[in-house]
Ligand binder design. Structure first.
Ligand SMILES: O=C1C[C@@](O)(C(=O)O)C[C@@H](O)[C@@H]1O
Length: 223
């Protein structure tokens, strides 16, 4: 997974659903924090799609509580052949033990996505820029998932996406929530390199996601 082209990731808590994702996805995002025995599940995985492993912390909107165990599991996942990329929260990379996960991932040839989430708002443009600057410096892809309260929030996010893409940086951006929903379909046109969608709408892993088939069609139609 090099993220030179847009990667549509089916976001899954259950890797068995990979078979249903194949028709429309380029990869699966395995939400380890939502699964019961994620390392065993990954060890048995024999699907076709490469895995982007995420073990999201409670403090970043996920369900993994113990940070030390969470990052240790993620580092082990990063060394498995089926895992092409790991998602590490930017906060963990700059202030926690995330850098060790990134080092182990790099040694194994696994890409690192540094992510920032804001479940309440879209921060002002200079803040978005600063986060993406740090994230793209520390990882292969810098990812921003913010919450749009208005269409203007989406415009800010798209403008920043375009700016980084034009400078040759790899970024992934999306606006969560209803006002930002369309960003999931249009951000790839401005340079966003990853999209996330559940196979079935009821399995959404973030507010405002389209189901996989719908997002695949929208992205295809627009590109
Ligand atoms: O970070 C992201 C993006 C996301 O929050 C979204 O808005 O689609 C979905 C999460 O599963 C993923 O880890």
């Amino acid at each position: 997974m090099n993220f030179e082209e847009f990667v549509l990731a089916a976001s899954l808590a259950d890797l068995d659903a990979e078979t249903d994702a194949r028709a429309h996805a380029d990869a699966v995002e395995f939400r380890m924090d939502l699964a019961s025995d994620p390392l065993a599940t990954l060890g048995e995985y024999d699907g076709e799609l490469p895995v982007l492993a995420t073990n999201r912390a409670v403090w970043e909107g996920g369900e993994a509580e113990d940070d030390e165990a969470r990052l240790a599991e993620l580092a082990e996942a990063a060394e498995l052949a089926c895992v092409g990329a790991v998602d590490v929260e930017l906060e963990s990379l700059t202030a926690g033990e995330g850098e060790r996960v990134a080092e182990r991932a790099r040694r194994a040839g696994t890409r690192v996505v540094a992510s920032v989430h804001d479940f309440e708002r879209t921060p002002p443009k200079p803040d978005l820029r600063e986060d993406l600057e740090t994230a793209t410096r520390l990882a292969d892809v810098g990812k921003l998932a913010v919450t749009a309260e208005s269409r203007s929030d989406v415009l800010d996010l798209l403008a920043i996406t375009r700016e980084f893409d034009a400078a040759g940086e790899r970024v992934a951006t999306m606006a969560m929530g209803a006002p930002g929903r369309h960003s999931r379909a249009v951000a790839p046109l401005y340079g966003s390199k990853i999209g996330y969608a559940p196979v079935a709408p009821e399995d959404a892993t973030a507010p405002g996601q389209y189901d996989l088939e719908t997002l695949a069609r929208l992205v295809d139609d627009l590109s």
